[in-house]
Design a protein around this ligand. Structure first.
Ligand code: NAD
Length: 298
């Protein structure tokens, strides 16, 4: 039987609508719009596309978007000064510094300079620590989006076996923390895991965040498992094509025959990331103004 498709695009659209309603409510109560600042250093084409898309979606949700562009030749000091200025600006609730930064800049130092209460990407070690001990903070957007899709599909996750493939700070590790909080039994697999297929076969929930096209095969999947594919990989173009196809880390065509539910690529996890960023920015705005937002509102 074919797996149910988890429609991240539709879920993200619903989330953005909720953010829009609550952003209007925020504006009424605070007499200003919630504000999200995005900082882009250099001219990386993929980053430019993301930043444009973030700005447009921020405005579409009724929030204020502030974009700051520095040349690739800017010094680290200039960037740190800009971040400090944004930290002190009361009209800016969330600050996102688009990664990757040029090689002469220390990403960790830049992230550490962002006020943790404006760190809507959830990359600051204070927020990583808050997540690890179960305190309120900001959770990285992609794994939080994955969790929303999982809870929407499965409801209560407690007691389920979850295998997260990948241990990066922005996806794998926070994903594992979130699943632990949901009382899953969590295994984090990575490049040194021995018998990866055997580990994945135990899972009721598989989250693949590796960056290797179609690596997760059908015979790794327990029948009925829920499969969340975070990977975004572009295959080499077929003859006559300009661009290759986008695929995930999961061999979608075969795995969908065995899984209970699966996210497609594109249209699964991808659209959730910006929607959750907007959600985080609005949550930051409510907190920064000391206004109450129901814990289950978003
Ligand atoms: P990363 O390169 O930082 O981490 C990859 C992880 O995969 C590492 O922890 C590594 O140990 C593990 N790994 C590598 N080879 C492996 C193997 N053969 N077997 C098992 N594990 C292996 O990557 P990342 O930033 O976590 O991103 C992972 C993927 O998710 C990429 O394709 C990226 O483009 C995608 N991504 C998507 C979104 C989104 O919005 N949907 C957001 C972030 C990342």
């Amino acid at each position: 039987m074919s797996a149910q498709l988890i429609d991240g695009k539709a879920f993200a659209e619903g989330l953005r609508q909720k953010v829009g309603v609550l952003a209007a409510e925020f504006e009424k109560q605070a007499a200003r719009k919630a504000g999200l600042a995005v900082v882009l250093v250099g001219e990386d084409p993929a980053s430019q596309v993301y930043v444009r898309s973030k700005g447009k979606q921020t405005v579409a949700c009724g929030m204020a978007s502030f974009e700051y562009k520095l040349p690739a030749t800017a010094s680290e000091e200039e960037l740190l000064k800009l971040v400090e200025k944004l930290n002190g600006d009361r009209f800016i609730d969330g600050i996102l510094v688009q990664l990757p930064l040029p090689g002469h800049m220390d990403e960790q130092k830049v992230i550490a300079t962002i006020n943790p209460d404006k760190d809507v990407d959830g990359f600051h070690i204070i927020n990583a620590g808050r997540l690890a001990v179960g305190q309120e903070g900001f959770v990285p957007c992609t794994p939080l989006g994955c969790l929303m899709l999982l809870k929407d599909r499965l409801g209560d996750l407690s007691g389920l076996e979850a295998v997260v493939i990948g241990r990066s700070n922005i996806v794998g590790k926070p994903m594992a923390q979130l699943l632990i909080q949901e009382s899953c039994t969590v295994t984090v697999a990575h490049s040194r895991t021995t018998d990866l297929p055997g580990v994945v076969r135990r899972a009721d929930i598989v989250v693949a965040a590796v960056g290797r096209p179609e690596m997760v095969k059908v015979d790794w999947i327990k029948p009925g498992a829920t499969v969340i594919d975070v990977g975004i990989n572009r295959l080499p173009p077929e003859p006559g094509q300009e661009k290759g196809r986008l695929v995930g880390d999961v061999d979608f065509a075969s795995v969908r025959e065995v899984a209970g539910a699966i996210t497609p690529v594109p249209g699964g996890v991808g659209p959730m990331t910006i929607a959750v960023l907007l959600r985080n920015a609005l949550v930051a705005a409510y907190r920064n103004e000391g206004l109450t937002l129901a814990s289950d509102a978003l």
